[in-house]
Design a protein around this ligand. Structure first.
Ligand SMILES: C[S@@+](CC[C@H](N)C(=O)[O-])C[C@H]1O[C@@H](n2cnc3c(N)ncnc32)[C@H](O)[C@@H]1O
Length: 373
């Protein structure tokens, strides 16, 4: 079932990273465990690729769509039991497009493409034109548009794989508001993006296999802080922590003029971004934050946190830098000392004479904090 008819460029444009079999099986197991009377529903994959999910559900009524006609041809050969449609599921799409009535009950299954149209990393590859998308579901990310399309279809259940960041990043959660207002999460499991062929070659990010049920109540962003997330290998975590954004600004303020005495720091995003980005910088740029010198220790905290990032698991990759403020304040001079020695140019900018190079205190601090989380 490994995708083999597209070039790397085409794959990136359409987000065609087909799901490994073990995750398809895991998803099917979750469907059968959580949804009663499956034979009363149509199981629909609106981005079906070769139809891997539908093949495993072929004892039920199954329907597959894909914008890619070659994928649909292959799907028909692999699993003739399903009905297929070669169409764009994000444009003028409704139950009627699938020869269904409004009253028919449907369960969306599958792995929609995730493809941040604005992301810098793959912009070089994404030269192709994006597909047409209805105005009311058009966003900067194909996957988010797909989730909004399930809400428009009023699917009774939605069982999909999607980046955990759609749920845990406030900006994404807001884009998905119409979806989250109508669906609750009834079961889930977190997996590592690195286990998909050809994606995330360097940095893994968490993907959630989620079962959502349409129940009219939905959930709010704060509810997510109380969720206990579980990974496929039974690790547990939650997001209810103290974060660096509670102490310092993570983004540059546009209106502020920068001058030569300023200390500059690179824009902060999530932990995975910090892995790749710089911290203290010399040259000014639109991404440079001119820091409040009274809060220097917190910026040193982020700078030193970066040295420990490799000890964190993939599933924390999309949260922001977290902190135990009380413990940190006890040893902030050690953090400042460490940063000054890492970045020579800070010596001239920071008036500082209480050096403390008891770095093992930092080791201990992170050991305790990571264990707690
Ligand atoms: C991540 S792949 C998933 C394929 C399959 N469900 C699997 O997991 O093996 C995403 C699929 O979405 C299809 N696709 C992308 N944009 C689409 C659109 N607007 N309408 C329908 N299908 C689309 C791609 O052609 C690709 O086959």
């Amino acid at each position: 079932m490994v995708q083999k008819h597209l070039t790397y460029e085409e794959m990136t444009n359409f987000g065609c990273f087909y799901t490994p079999e073990k995750f398809v099986n895991k998803t099917i197991g979750m469907i059968e465990k959580n949804i009663p009377d499956l034979d009363k529903y149509f199981l629909v994959d609106t981005s079906c690729g070769y139809g891997t999910f539908l093949k495993s559900l072929s004892k039920y009524q199954t329907i597959g769509c894909d914008i890619d006609s070659k994928a649909i041809d292959i799907a028909k050969k692999m699993n003739p039991n399903a009905s297929y449609f070669n169409l764009n599921s994000l444009y003028n799409f409704s139950k009627t497009s699938l020869n269904l009535n409004e009253k028919d009950k449907i369960i969306i299954v599958g792995n929609p493409p995730y493809n941040d149209i604005t992301s810098k990393i793959k912009n070089e590859i994404k030269k192709g034109k994006p597909c047409l998308i209805d105005n009311d579901i058009r966003t900067r990310d194909l996957g988010i548009s797909f989730m909004l399309s399930y809400n428009k279809l009023k699917a009774d259940y939605v069982v999909i794989l999607h980046p955990l960041s759609y749920m845990i990043k406030k900006a994404n959660f807001s884009l998905l508001k119409p979806f989250f207002e109508n669906y609750i999460l009834i079961d889930h499991c977190i997996i590592n993006s690195q286990e998909f062929n050809l994606t995330s070659k360097t940095t893994g990010f968490p993907i959630i296999i989620a079962i959502y049920k349409r129940d009219g109540r939905g959930f709010k962003y704060d509810d997510i802080l109380n969720l206990e997330f579980r990974t496929i290998d039974n690790k547990k975590f939650n997001l209810n922590h103290d974060y660096i954004g509670n102490y310092i600004s993570k983004y540059p303020s546009k209106w502020k003029q920068k001058n030569d005495n300023d200390i500059l720091f690179y824009t902060m995003r999530d932990i995975n971004a910090l892995k790749r980005s710089r911290t203290f910088i010399i040259d000014n740029s639109p991404n440079a934050i001119s820091i409040d010198k009274n809060k220097i220790s917190y910026y040193c905290y982020v700078d030193v946190f970066k040295d420990y990032i490799d000890k964190l698991p993939y599933y924390l990759g999309n949260i922001e830098v977290f902190i135990d403020n009380e413990e940190f304040l006890k040893i902030q001079d050690v953090f400042i000392t460490k940063s000054i020695f890492k970045h020579e140019f800070l010596k001239d900018k920071i008036k500082w004479d209480s050096y403390n190079d008891n770095y093992h205190l930092i080791d201990l601090y992170f050991k305790k904090l990571f264990a707690k989380i």
